[in-house]
Ligand binder design. Structure first.
Ligand SMILES: Cc1cc2nc3c(=O)[nH]c(=O)nc-3n(C[C@H](O)[C@H](O)[C@H](O)COP(=O)(O)OP(=O)(O)OC[C@H]3O[C@@H](n4cnc5c(N)ncnc54)[C@H](O)[C@@H]3O)c2cc1C
Ligand SMILES: *[C@@H]1O[C@H](CO)[C@@H](O)[C@H](O)[C@H]1NC(C)=O
Ligand SMILES: *[C@@H]1O[C@H](CO)[C@@H](O)[C@H](O)[C@H]1NC(C)=O
Ligand SMILES: *[C@@H]1O[C@H](CO)[C@@H](O)[C@H](O)[C@H]1NC(C)=O
Ligand SMILES: *[C@@H]1O[C@H](CO)[C@@H](O)[C@H](O)[C@H]1NC(C)=O
Ligand SMILES: *[C@@H]1O[C@H](CO)[C@@H](O)[C@H](O)[C@H]1NC(C)=O
Length: 527
């Protein structure tokens, strides 16, 4: 048994004065860990430099940096399981909520914001990537970024990769547990579709792997959002084979260059193309104040060589006029750099810097499109984009492997029958209440405009593009039925199974937040 004197000594080092009674959480952490680890190495209290640095750097959407919403009581940076286990235990003991943070890219800041008293468990020091090329698998800890994952795979092999998102600073923890799609989605499915084992710390501070958590919970954390179920510490993934030479192109077309007709055509071909060919479209408003236009960038990864790509494009999408000169052959890693906005010859080290060079204040929303939007509908989109400052619309094709995987295989249901996912982002520099309102109002009007053109009953959304507008849990007493209102937009028919798994895995609803999966029955512990 640890002596009170020792606790005071360690606490004294931490707080300068020993007042354990006022710091029951810290006291609990000391007792639980039962080790003489220096708590100030992983527990950061308000007022310390490490606390503010961690809080700032984790907010990838800086929109809330200066907000008046409550700050976490502590930030924990575990370097092993014991700190996570003790954090969960001590939060429960002290009526605190825990927010789990891997890469900090949550669109609504859910990994670092809460209205209830809370702590942040920041997995920044749990980011090991262990690649086993012989087995064609890897264990990757949740705090790693996609960039760190790709870097480590590429260091070991020229012919292996992993199908996940394109932005290197996105965290593995949120991305995998929310689905995760990128430019090999048509060939290999989602990141979550390629997870074969995981281990997590649950609400009882137990460490579970696939076998001990059971297939239901293992199903839920591959797309249902991790933060409703536990802290996922690491994932075992199946690597995929990639050719030694792949091809990248990016073709920009402005309205005056026929962008409308091209985007219109793209909608009906992108989902049907051979699965080695992925073409997404990034649409943005460009130009000076009174001379603005809309530009569509057709950005592609082809898992093959130029000489195979050109005839394919001639057959499927000749209107784009792709020529061999517009294409670059490269390795898969170089294509990852290119997609991330770097040059193919840039040092791979850029994937190890955890800062996001797209970082800005933004609001985003998403839709799934099941039939092509007519040209008149696209023209209405351009008109609205031209009225705003910085708008990005990203169209990501589905089809291929995504058609083959059943809608209930993982919680992500948006498979066969969807042509593409579309995401709308509005960004702003000056971050005061007035500008925020101006831009979010624009987004709400735009979302309304899109309604007739996108999926309906329910209108669906991708949970990794989190959007609180589509519905949130109420602070108290949110029933399954009420939560189903937003839950079915993310998960359709899988929502019920998620709630069943939740009820079994976390019956006291410890892992709760604004869009956490509810218990199937009402409980006084509801969010
Ligand atoms: C610039 C940018 C580019 C993006 N590009 C893509 C893309 O190409 N494809 C795509 O599919 N998505 C993309 N996304 C969305 C991204 O996948 C999600 O925002 C994802 O949830 C981020 O994960 P994170 O770990 O970085 O975020 P965090 O904010 O750390 O976490 C997101 C959510 O997951 C929970 N969580 C995090 N880690 C864990 C864990 N270890 N255990 C349990 N719960 C956890 C958090 O509590 C939070 O609810 C992009 C986002 C941004 C900002
Ligand atoms: C714990 O570590 C901090 C800095 O990391 C140091 O200032 C402090 O003296 C250490 N305390 C003990 C009890 O070792
Ligand atoms: C927060 O406020 C500080 C001081 O007013 C300012 O310098 C900083 O740019 C603000 N950050 C954001 C993201 O708005
Ligand atoms: C594609 O290549 C042709 C021929 O070199 C060139 O004229 C055209 O500008 C290129 N298109 C783009 C978008 O780079
Ligand atoms: C408007 O912008 C286009 C490029 O988008 C440019 O070619 C053209 O010269 C500009 N016109 C004026 C009047 O500035
Ligand atoms: C929650 O529901 C219970 C029983 O239905 C009720 O007694 C309680 O007042 C409710 N709490 C809130 C905050 O609405």
């Amino acid at each position: 048994m640890i002596s009170i004197k020792l606790i005071c000594l360690v606490l004294a080092a931490f707080f300068a004065t020993c007042n354990a009674a006022q710091e029951p959480f810290v006291n609990c952490m000391l007792i639980y860990s039962r080790r003489f680890i220096n708590i100030s190495d992983y527990l950061h209290a308000p007022g310390t430099p490490s606390y503010s640095a961690l809080l700032q750097s984790s907010q990838q959407n800086p929109r809330w940096v200066n907000s008046t919403s409550p700050k976490p009581q502590y930030i924990i940076t575990p370097s092993g399981d014991i700190e996570i286990q003790s954090s969960i235990f001590c939060c429960r003991q002290n009526g605190l909520e825990a927010r789990i943070l891997s890469g900090g890219h949550d669109y609504e800041g859910q990994s670092y914001r809460s209205e209830a008293p809370f702590i942040i468990i920041n997995l920044i020091y749990l980011r090991e990537v262990r690649v086993d090329i012989e087995d064609e698998t890897a264990w990757v800890q949740s705090g790693a970024t996609l960039g760190e994952l790709y870097y480590n795979i590429a260091m070991k092999s020229k012919v292996h990769g992993f199908p996940a998102g394109v932005c290197p600073s996105v965290g593995v923890g949120g991305h995998f547990s929310g689905g995760g799609f990128g430019n090999m989605v048509r060939k290999h499915g989602l990141a979550a579709d390629n997870v074969i084992d995981a281990y997590l710390v649950d609400a009882y501070s137990r460490i579970l792997d696939r076998q001990t958590m059971g297939e239901d919970l293992f199903w839920a954390i591959r797309g249902g959002g991790g933060a409703s179920f536990g802290v996922i510490v690491a994932w075992k993934i199946k690597l995929v084979r990639v050719p030694e030479v792949v091809t990248f192109f990016n073709i920009d077309k402005k309205l005056e260059q026929g962008a409308t007709e091209l985007v219109h055509k793209w909608q009906s071909v992108a989902e049907k193309l051979p699965e080695d060919l992925f073409i997404r479209v990034i649409i943005q408003n460009v130009g000076q104040a009174n001379n603005k236009t809309v530009q569509a960038s057709f950005q592609s990864l082809f898992l093959g060589e130029v000489c195979e790509l050109i005839p394919l494009m001639g057959e499927w999408f000749p209107e784009l006029g792709l020529r061999a000169e517009n294409c670059t052959e490269m390795t898969w890693m170089e294509s990852a750099l290119s997609f991330a906005g770097y040059l193919k010859d840039d040092s791979w080290d850029v994937f190890l810097t955890r800062t996001d060079h797209y970082q800005s204040n933004f609001k985003a929303k998403s839709d799934f499109v099941t039939k092509p939007i007519p040209e008149s509908g696209l023209e209405g989109i351009w008109k609205r984009m031209l009225q705003e400052e910085l708008i990005f619309i990203i169209l990501e094709p589905l089809g291929g492997r995504m058609r083959e995987i059943s809608k209930s295989e993982t919680p992500f249901p948006h498979r066969k029958g969807n042509l593409y996912n579309t995401q709308y982002l509005v960004k702003w520099d000056v971050n005061n209440a007035k500008t925020v309102k101006k831009h979010t109002d624009w987004m709400s009007r735009f979302y309304k405009y899109m309604k007739p053109y996108v999926s309906h009953s329910p209108r669906r959304a991708y949970q990794n593009y989190r959007d609180f507008d589509i519905g949130m849990n109420k602070k108290h007493n949110t029933s399954y039925k009420e939560a189903a209102h937003w839950g079915k937009k993310y998960f359709k028919g899988n929502f019920k199974r998620l709630a069943q798994v939740k009820t079994k895995a976390d019956p006291l609803n410890f892992f709760r937040h604004e869009q956490s999966i509810p218990l199937i029955k009402k409980s006084k512990y509801q969010y």
